[in-house]
Ligand binder design. Structure first.
Ligand code: ADP
Ligand code: MG
Length: 683
């Protein structure tokens, strides 16, 4: 392990030492003392008072001020977990849930999963009767509402990172407002890193609503007027630098900026913001390469959501003394995770953002300029331990004139199929009249309703069907995949389908292959099925089991061992869930046709026909004639079968479809006659 400086004695002034010796890792002070130096600590008593007296409390505080890790602990100390009640703290991202829960367990000197636990999709690390603080994704809390609509197990629900405005956060806030009317004893805390929270405060202000005589204003307890508490942090000034000219390659520019900081500036860690995993890896490699060439002492570490747990921990851990740490991260380091010791920030000015086109029914992941609010957050990361510097790889003119003030809420730029089905399952009959924090585009809502109607989850009155609709809603997957699973039970191939669905739910079962595309293509060929990608996944998983789950076997075949372990885990979750729904999980014993048919039963709306006499791999989507192309990652890329069905689509240079299975056209009429009987099909 790394050597740690001696702990402070009680006489030492923690604050002073922190300012004077800013870039030691967190082992420097005892955890107890460190907790007391956090800005949140000064507000502990007023905070508990506000929570006691207001149904909703909004907490605004800089990243690192102690909102996520401290407030739930204060609540335990304040008695909110007594009587077996739970304190929930939601996060938009899984990685934040795990990291923060681990940190808080450490602070409380308990084993993770006991008093402090977490829950993410397919992984529940809590102990009933023991757990007091539960970190979870907002998506998981929404799922819990299906079993327990009033969330009666919880005494306090803290919705964290509210400024991010993820879809689930927005939906959750809308629903919690309803729950509050039925459960006045429930307390909500909404935590945000920005002032954007003011609109959320207005949303929760129900104090002006009409009441009966007995509920005169001053008799209402707790107050229905949200309290707002600002935890002013001890932040230092951050000097901002812009480029003179627009930058053409921000990866290269980031690397050279890092190098000149290292050459010219005093010690202090560097945080670089890139848009995605590929760019992060590339930047890390370039920095390492230069480091080797120049014999400098930079240590570059990646940080993004798809990273394995051990690699995540590197970013937070200490590095050899005398070296400078460079963390290259995606948006995730903007507010949800706190990194110690950052003094310099390099901001590319971009992030990957989702945009949904309801007409073409396709989402695009676009590298787009961030908002000014984001840029400010990123810069703020540099001012936590002492005055810092932020190097923006864009011009001041672009900052002022090109960037928008705030990021558009995710709900207004996403496909809503899952969301709408979930709202239906939660008894929200009129989607259009739901109390939206920000209303989604009507076209997107209509498209979502059409999809869930087509798969039979709602009837013509837009009511959830029984049992199909309820069953699909129970499955924590996209409704079309949920429908496929249910169909597979009837068709007798659910054992295979849970494996396929699990494989579709992990990031990728292949190892990242930068610069090794040919090798990866060859590895894929070893498992490639003529029926397409779904069956290929099945082959890979069967090979994995035959190898007795060998990590070496995975390595040889460029398969991601961790991902396959996860697949195994998810498939067992799914198969238990199907059994709980009273459905039969059987094997089809290599009768591949029934698997293909089950896929058709859920994804018929994504059926496509090869176009004659045009570019290779060009297809027409049956339902609307939209032109799509097979993505190069598919094993069917060069095969071009006549009829296909796809799992996912995305727009980059073209409208690409991926995860593809070959189908026979009569199956469409057989399995989805209601959808196809009036659509013309050419044979
Ligand atoms: P906020 O939610 O307000 O952004 P947090 O509660 O996440 O702040 O973090 C408060 C402080 O706890 C940070 O400033 C840091 O000192 C410490 N901290 C948080 N997470 C970790 C971690 N994983 N490792 C070490 N220290 C951490
Ligand atoms: Mg936080």
């Amino acid at each position: 392990g790394a050597e740690r400086p001696p702990l402070l004695t009680d006489e030492d002034d923690g604050l002073f030492v922190m300012a004077a010796q800013p870039y030691y890792s967190s082992g420097y002070m005892t955890i107890e003392r460190q907790r007391q130096t956090l800005p949140a600590f000064k507000h502990r008593t007023p905070l508990l008072y506000l929570i006691e007296n207001h149904a909703t409390t909004i907490v605004i505080g800089e990243t690192g001020s102690g909102k996520t890790t401290q407030i739930p602990q204060y609540l335990v100390e304040g008695g909110w977990s007594e009587g077996g009640r739970l304190i929930a703290c939601t996060q938009p991202r899984r990685i934040a849930v795990q990291t923060v829960a681990a940190r808080v367990a450490e602070e409380m000197h308990v084993t993770l999963g006991q008093e402090v636990g977490y829950s993410i999709r397919f992984e529940d690390m809590t102990t009933p009767g023991v757990t007091k603080i539960k970190y979870l994704t907002d998506g998981v809390l929404l799922r819990e509402m299906m079993e327990d609509p009033l969330l009666v197990r919880y005494s306090v629900i803290m919705v964290d990172e509210a400024h991010e405005r993820s879809i689930s956060t927005d939906i959750l806030l809308g629903l919690l407002k309803k729950v509050q009317r039925r459960r006045p004893e429930l307390r909500l805390i909404i935590a945000s890193a920005t002032l954007e929270a003011r609109s959320i405060a207005a949303f929760f202000d129900t104090s002006a609503e009409r009441r009966s005589q007995s509920q005169a204003m001053d008799l209402v307890f707790p107050s229905r007027k949200p309290a707002i508490l600002s935890i002013e942090g001890k932040t230092f000034t951050v000097q901002i630098f812009y480029t003179e000219e627009p930058v053409s390659d921000y990866v290269r520019d980031a690397v050279s900026t890092v190098n000149s900081i290292h050459k010219l500036e005093p010690p202090g860690d560097i945080l670089v913001f890139m848009t995605g995993q590929d760019e992060v890896d590339e930047t890390v490699q370039l920095i390492q390469h230069e480091t080797e060439n120049r014999h400098s002492d930079l240590v570059a570490l990646p940080l993004y959501a798809g990273l394995a747990r051990v690699d995540q921990e590197h970013a937070f851990g200490p590095i050899p003394r005398g070296k400078r740490k460079v963390i290259v991260a995606t948006n995730i380091a903007e507010t949800s995770l706190t990194l110690e010791g950052i003094v310099y920030v390099v901001d590319s000015g971009f992030s990957k953002q989702r945009f949904y086109n309801p007409i073409k029914d396709v989402e695009a992941l676009i590298t787009a300029p961030i908002s000014r609010a984001s840029a400010q957050q990123r810069a703020g990361r540099a001012g936590r331990v002492r005055p810092g510097k932020c190097y923006r790889l864009y011009t001041e003119d672009d900052y002022t004139n090109l960037m928008s003030a705030e990021t558009v809420p995710e709900i207004q730029r996403s496909n809503l199929t899952s969301t709408i089905l979930q709202l239906k399952a939660l008894g929200i009959d009129s989607i259009m009249r739901f109390d939206w924090l920000a209303s989604p585009a009507p076209e997107a809502m209509v498209r979502a309703l059409e999809t869930i109607f087509a798969i039979g989850a709602i009837d013509s009155d837009a009511k959830l069907t029984s049992p199909t609709g309820f069953q699909i809603a129970e499955i924590p997957l996209h409704p079309m995949l949920g429908k496929t699973l249910i169909a597979s039970c009837a068709l007798g191939c659910a054992l295979e389908m849970v494996t396929i669905a699990a494989a579709l739910s992990v990031q990728s079962i292949w190892v990242p292959s930068r610069g090794r595309q040919k090798e990866l293509d060859e590895a894929k060929l070893r498992f490639a099925a003529s029926e397409g990608d779904h069956i290929t996944y099945l082959n890979v998983f069967e090979g994995f089991l035959q190898s007795q789950r060998s990590a070496q076997w995975c390595h040889r075949n460029l398969i991601n061992y961790q991902a396959l372990k996860k697949v195994e885990d998810i498939r067992s979750h799914l198969s238990k869930l199907l059994q709980r729904l009273g459905l039969a999980v059987k094997s089809c014993e290599r009768d591949i046709k029934v698997i293909q048919k089950a896929i058709v039963a859920g994804f018929f709306a994504n059926a496509c026909q090869l176009k004659i006499s045009v570019e290779q791999g060009c297809y027409k989507r049956i339902r609307d004639g939209e032109e799509v192309f097979i993505h190069p990652s598919s094993v069917l890329f060069r095969v071009s079968p006549k009829w296909i069905i796809y799992h996912a689509n995305t727009v980059t240079e073209r409208h690409y479809v991926r995860e593809i299975t070959v189908i026979e056209s009569p199956w469409l009429m057989e399995l989805a006659p209601h959808f196809f009987h009036h659509k013309s099909m050419e044979y």
